[in-house]
Design a protein around this ligand. Structure first.
Ligand code: AMP
Ligand code: MG
Length: 186
């Protein structure tokens, strides 16, 4: 993987969001309900720190059954959660302990969801202008025509998804396993 070695860390982020299977939550009204992230050392590929918070959505505050089934996140967990501003403050504080980290995610969805929520809530975008799309980078490096999901990418190395897929932190941790495999071969 042609990862930029100019960065000390890969900040691998995965969000879960409100959603539906019947059009009641259109894409442009989806909102973050969980932020998961890991700080992966770009030299050793060790995950040095993890971050997770639920976030209370305001546009569609009640989770659909579909969303809870997909993610395992309950309505109560998001009702009890901090709002986006407070959640982002916690993320910023955690990220602040690690200088020179490159924002990475699987695909471009997570980056766009952050931009959408920050614009809607009039909150400053927490990342720099750089972003690494691990999904695209993975296919490029391995010369695959298709773009793979995280589970398929793990399977490529004979690995299984660890934890619960469609949960922010578990998704981020498994992406770090893919990155480590691609870059270090272990
Ligand atoms: P993921 O990181 O793959 O767990 O997906 C992030 C978010 O995208 C989820 O929390 C959902 O809001 C949405 N999403 C993922 N897969 C689906 C799906 N099959 N149908 C509708 N929304 C989805
Ligand atoms: Mg996810």
């Amino acid at each position: 993987m042609n990862m930029q070695i100019s960065h000390d860390y890969y900040l691998i982020v995965d969000v879960e969001a409100t959603c539906s299977d019947d059009g009641t939550v259109p894409r442009q009204e989806m909102e973050i309900i969980e932020i998961g992230a890991v700080m992966q050392n770009s030299r050793t590929f060790e995950v040095e720190s993890e971050f997770q918070t639920f976030v209370r959505p305001v546009r569609h505050p009640e989770l659909t059954d579909f969303c809870t089934e997909l993610t395992g996140i309950t309505g109560q967990q998001v009702v009890d959660a901090p709002g986006f501003q407070v959640g982002l403050d916690a993320l910023r504080k955690w990220m602040g302990g690690y200088k020179n980290a490159l924002f990475c995610s699987w695909g471009d969805y997570d980056r766009k969801q952050f931009l959408q929520d920050c614009e809607y809530q009039n909150i400053e975008y927490p990342f720099g202008s750089e972003h690494l799309n691990i999904k695209a980078e993975f296919s490029r490096t391995l010369n695959l025509k298709k773009k793979l999901g995280i589970t398929e990418a793990l399977r490529h190395f004979g690995l299984r998804f660890e934890g619960s897929h469609h949960r922010g932190l578990d998704d981020a941790k498994n992406m770090a396993r893919v990155v480590r495999r691609v870059c270090m071969g272990r």
